[in-house]
Ligand binder design. Structure first.
Ligand code: ADP
Ligand code: MG
Length: 729
């Protein structure tokens, strides 16, 4: 039996457990490290199995972005296939990220006819490099006419191939790929991400060179995404049409207990959940995902996992695997993992914190404050370039975090507001301000802080006040973008981050290059000063949840875009077109087609929610409420007949009747509004109609139904309550 069979056989869980137990007892310290990456065609596997020349050529592609020849691909494909076969694979797939936000795979078996009526197992270099899924059903936002619908997938050698096994035991070799139209337009999430990584590398290197760096050859944007999620017992999930169809509860009166006791966050993890987490980690580790941190989150039944950070591209692929594996493993434990941003009203929702930085290929983090004046100069330049980037393009960052679910979170008192601002921490804010204003820097005594000449005082790194309310916080040696939706791909936000960073670094590099070697320190000082003076308004260290911040932000001229539809619109500006096309990330056509798809997705999701609401009210809630009202009326009649008091019953019946009338009015209004919105015209008009006339009525309908839930006996209510779903786990 191969390692892989052992790992994924029927006894998989039991065996991995005993392996861990051994590892924990120190008897087999290798168990954990052996398991890690055992299903990955990793660097180590390649080094062991590929001829040195092939390995070196492939490394040049992976590390330096050099083109790949077919000869090299042929050798790699053969070894990849052999490795996969040894581990039980029968099929391979080009694994890609269409604009639906989830991953797509079309499996092909390795078999090829040998001309003699038999078969041989094959994977050619060409099959590895390029695929042609019949992808005409994926959203293209009008880019593709049906006659050229096919599109093609192209191997992304920078993200390692891996094996996936389904519960029936089928093993599939997954080859990460980009997905494009035949005319070269991106139809996926990966292509612009790779392009934006190129852009950031090119511009960051120019800055480094201008500052005298001769050793770095590439700069990579790095990401560590923290993933929040809820777990609910499958039995209750199955009884809720809303959870099943939309991923969130569309109705539900609050439970008597919520998160007010603060007894969940970082609390002891229940056995059932830690069993699930152990299983999750086993799967993730085997696929090379560096699952690192796990804990209870703020809301009841809410959790978080965070991997160790890696390159943006691999982080994005891995996050998709994380979301998929969370859901798959949960089912095995008779649980359902909810990735929706707001599964339950009244308690915190879920987000994704995108920790982002840039690192050189020789191992230097560009956001790490240094200990020499030279390192500090570089750090402050990069930092102020990012201040410029975020201030100039706050609307695009905001848009990258927009979806239906996040409309229920951003701006509510649990998630950052819809206003994008930067938290710097007191020490850095002081430093930047004193440079900008040319004033004394208090902590340094009487001197002015001169970039490239003076050292920065030691910053309270990693532990800078962890302002949890800021949407974009500097946390010691990286930025943490905290607005992202829990269910979405992290690609979009990182495309924006990388591109706006590239633009700002381009600006800095151009000025440094113009100044020339001799005056580079002086110019660096001036750049930081100019950038902070011009863009420092985006820095805000206060409480982002406070109402006063909304007013203050308005005074500062910072955009406050409160919903998805307006966010998408802001991505279609001339400024956005120019930004993304200048750095070769998205052409105007690609950008607009994406916005079109996002409008469409918003409208479709809103439509499903509205229809699920209508369905539940008509088929589940109203019949039960009417039956109970009739029963009460009957009771009252009986009580009257024997001259017994019936005031209590009457009182309840009156309240029920009022909400019944309210609900049936809202129901009719919702049916009408949904029909109208559906036919409102183009994608943008439809999206607006859902936002303005469907969502508010749906909310009104919920109010009456939730009020009725409180009035009816628990055993009559047709669906599980909030208390049941949140606390029975
Ligand atoms: P917290 O919840 O305290 O913010 P976590 O430990 O949950 O922190 O997550 C922090 C994330 O930041 C991890 O994924 C970590 O690997 C990542 N990270 C650390 N350094 C960098 C870096 N230089 N670039 C990108 N991500 C980083
Ligand atoms: Mg965390």
């Amino acid at each position: 039996m191969s390692d892989f069979d052992v790992l994924l056989s029927e006894e998989r869980v039991a065996r991995s457990r005993s392996n861990f137990d051994k590892a924990l007892r120190g008897k087999n310290v290798d168990a954990l490290t052996d398991l890690f990456g055992s299903n990955v065609f990793s660097n180590k596997v390649m080094k062991d199995r590929l001829p040195t020349a092939t390995y070196d050529a492939l490394q040049r592609t992976i590390k330096l972005g050099k083109p790949l020849t077919l000869d090299v691909a042929n050798v790699v494909a053969k070894e990849m296939k052999n490795w996969a076969l040894e581990k039980g694979a029968t099929h391979y797939t080009h694994w890609f990220h269409p604009l639906t936000g989830i991953t797509a795979e079309k499996h092909d078996s390795f078999i090829e006819p040998d001309g003699d009526g038999n078969v041989v197992a094959e994977l050619s270099g060409k099959q590895l490099i390029q695929g042609e899924p019949d992808a005409s059903s994926f959203p293209s936002g009008g880019i593709r006419a049906t006659f050229e619908a096919r599109g093609y997938t192209a191997w992304d050698a920078t993200s390692p191939a891996f094996l996936k096994k389904d519960s029936a035991g089928n093993v599939t070799l997954c080859i990460p790929t980009a997905f494009c139209s035949w005319t070269g337009e991106a139809l996926d999430k990966k292509t612009p991400l790779l392009r934006s990584m190129e852009a950031v590398s090119r511009q960051a290197l120019r800055v480094l060179r201008a500052l005298g760096n001769k050793t770095s050859n590439r700069v990579t944007a790095t990401v560590g995404p923290e993933q929040e999620y809820f777990l609910v017992d499958k039995e209750y999930f199955d009884e809720r049409l809303d959870l099943m169809l939309t991923g969130r509860t569309l109705f539900g009166a609050p439970a008597p207990k919520g998160q007010e006791l603060e007894d969940q966050y970082f609390g002891a993890i229940k056995d059932r959940v830690s069993d699930f987490m152990r299983d999750l980690n086993t799967e993730l580790w085997s696929m090379g995902v560096m699952s690192k941190t796990q804990h209870n989150e703020v809301a009841p039944a809410q959790y978080e996992m965070a991997p160790f950070f890696t390159t943006t591209n691999v982080a994005a692929d891995h996050n998709q695997l994380v979301m998929e594996t969370l859901q798959k493993v949960a089912l095995r434990h008779k649980l359902v993992c909810l990735l929706h941003e707001k599964p339950y009203a009244g308690v915190n929702g879920s987000g994704k914190h995108n920790n982002w930085s840039m690192a050189t290929d020789d191992g230097f983090n560009l956001l790490e404050p240094g200990s020499t004046p030279h390192d500090n100069e570089q750090f402050l330049l990069v930092l102020s370039a990012l201040v410029m980037a975020v201030d100039k393009h706050a609307d695009k960052l905001r848009a990258s975090a927009a979806n239906n679910g996040n409309d229920l979170r951003l701006g509510a008192n649990e998630a950052p507001p819809a206003i994008v601002s930067i938290f710097m921490g007191a020490a850095l804010t002081d430093i930047l301000q004193s440079i900008a204003q040319g004033t004394k820097y208090a902590a340094k005594g009487a001197t002015f802080l001169r970039i490239g000449v003076d050292s920065l005082p030691d910053l309270p790194m990693h532990n800078t006040d962890r302002n949890r309310t800021s949407p974009f916080a500097f946390t010691g040696n990286k930025f943490e973008f905290r607005m992202m939706p829990s269910s979405a791909s992290i690609s979009g936000a990182n495309v924006v981050l990388n591109t706006i960073a590239a633009e700002a670094l381009d600006y800095v590099a151009t000025r440094l290059e113009k100044a020339g070697k001799k005056d580079v320190n002086k110019e660096a000082q001036k750049i930081v000063k100019d950038l902070i003076n011009k863009h420092g308004r985006v820095i805000y260290d206060g409480d982002n949840y406070a109402a006063s911040w909304v007013k203050e932000a308005k005074k500062r001229g910072l955009p406050n875009i409160t919903n998805t539809v307006d966010s998408i619109k802001s991505m279609m500006s001339t400024e956005a077109e120019q930004l993304f096309s200048k750095y070769g990330v998205l052409s105007k056509t690609e950008l607009h087609s994406r916005c079109e798809i996002y409008f469409e997705q918003y409208a479709k999701k809103a439509n499903i929610e509205a229809r699920a609401s209508i369905d539940m009210v008509k088929k589940q809630y109203l019949p039960v409420v009417m039956a109970y009202a009739a029963e009460l009326a009957e009771n009252i009649k009986t009580l009257k007949a024997v001259s017994a008091p019936s005031a209590v019953q009457k009182n309840i019946l009156t309240k029920i009747s009022q909400h019944l009338i309210g609900a049936s009015k809202s129901l009719a209004a919702l049916e009408e509004a949904t029909g109208k919105a559906h036919g409102a015209g183009d994608a943008e008009k439809c999206a607006k109609a859902y936002r303005d006339s469907v969502v508010p009525v749906q909310n009104a309908l919920r109010e009456d139904i939730d009020a009725l839930e409180v009035l009816l006996p628990a055993d009559l209510w047709p669906v599980p309550s909030y208390a049941t779903m949140l606390f029975k786990l």
